[in-house]
Design a protein around this ligand. Sequence first.
Ligand SMILES: NC(=O)c1ccc[n+]([C@@H]2O[C@H](COP(=O)([O-])OP(=O)(O)OC[C@H]3O[C@@H](n4cnc5c(N)ncnc54)[C@H](O)[C@@H]3O)[C@@H](O)[C@H]2O)c1
Length: 462
Amino acid sequence: MVLLKEKLEELEYKGEKKDIKIGIIGAGYVGLVTSVGLSYKGYDVLVFEKNKEKLSLLKKGISPFYEPDLHRFLTSALNSGRLKFIDEVSQIIKECKYIYICVGTPIKEDQTYDMFFLDLAAKEIANHLPTNERKIIIIKSTVPPGTARWFQKIIYRYRRGKKTNIEVASIPEFLREGNAIYDFFNPNRIIIGIDNKEIVDDLRQIYHDFPSPIIIVSTIEAELIKLASNTFLATKISFINSISDICEQLGCDIENVRMGIGLDHRIGLDFLKPGIGFGGSCLPKDLNAIISLFKEKQIDPVLFEAVKKINNDRINLLLNKIKKALWNVKGKNITIWGISFKAGTDDIRESPTLKLIPMLLKEGANLILYDPKATNNFKNQYPQYSVNTSIKITENIYESVVNSNLIVITNDWEDYKKVNFSKIYELMETPIIIDGRNILDHALISEHGFEYYRIGVNHESS
Ligand SMILES: NC(=O)c1ccc[n+]([C@@H]2O[C@H](COP(=O)([O-])OP(=O)(O)OC[C@H]3O[C@@H](n4cnc5c(N)ncnc54)[C@H](O)[C@@H]3O)[C@@H](O)[C@H]2O)c1
């Protein structure tokens, strides 16, 4: 049955217990959500996370990152005794028939995936694998097509001829940070990539009570589906961003135009919102990876190169809007609302704000940064900015606008809509807002007296 988002609050931790033990390697966004979700579904879940600091937080029931509803699910899972964080990966490999690989696959300088963590996981599995016992290894990480087959080969290699009975499957993850728990219970589809039909039933067994179609494909097809899906989403964003640019030139309002386009069911409104470009740990990385893959196979990646170029140019367009609105940037106080790459998460990986900050500093601006959840991550990952006297980081949205000359909105938290804009107006030196995500109600904001600029609208003609 499909679980309605509003009902997530009411979901109680009482699913029927199943007599299957699952191991998870890597407890980041994907691994941790998969762990609490599978334990809710009734499985005994053992989790190994190699980062000791994260592991010790997890043992205390503290998530190392922010994700709505996760804390509640994590607490219930630990209290039920079905979820355990363990110190030795060997325990997973010895005790669990199913082993999920959820380690990171960051992008390297040459724009291909870094397989270091996967290689490490393969070695650990090979070192502890009991002889002859059947194990099913499921790769959830996003990887280049062909990885599952490589993974199997690498394990055999590390086994150095010892008896081995493993199958490697690919079940790519499609969760959205900020909606991850909901997405775990309601995936649009479950892609099961296998190269040996004998394990179909084993894997169907795990996913039989999800309300989603299950598609059985080869491992290489599953891996390509994940890459291609993210590339398509990236393409949709760059498409609407291009249309928003022409809207500005023609005196059209992108909000009207996107409605007119997106209400066509063949197109859809999702991912059809203009802005300052996509970020995060997935879309930029997977786009780069598909470009590299096409080049490696000597196919022209012209479409994907264009998507990337359009995305990279967005931040310059935003900078130009700021410069144009302020007339002089040097010495101005600029407030940035938004550090994480989108609402609902404290994840700042590849956030457009990280590109904007040095650009504005170079122009001589003073910056005041605010984000509902990501300030701590920012301080920890960019300590150099905490000691920069031109940057102030605040937890209070009103404090962020005191004597400010301009607010630029870079992510799409609903919280921004709820502030008292009369108060914001009073606190600012010059009340200007550039809404890089078109999330505010422009009529209301203009009524308050702000100079308000959105993406995809020609403000000179309006
Ligand atoms: N974050 C998302 O929204 C999302 C969505 C779909 C797919 N993915 C893909 O899933 C994978 C994981 O993404 P993430 O966001 O969870 O990454 P992450 O960096 O948040 O988490 C990965 C975790 O694995 C741990 N790890 C690495 N090697 C390990 C090992 N050998 N043993 C134990 N732990 C190990 C790391 O310490 C880290 O905590 C990536 O390939 C990513 O592209 C991510």
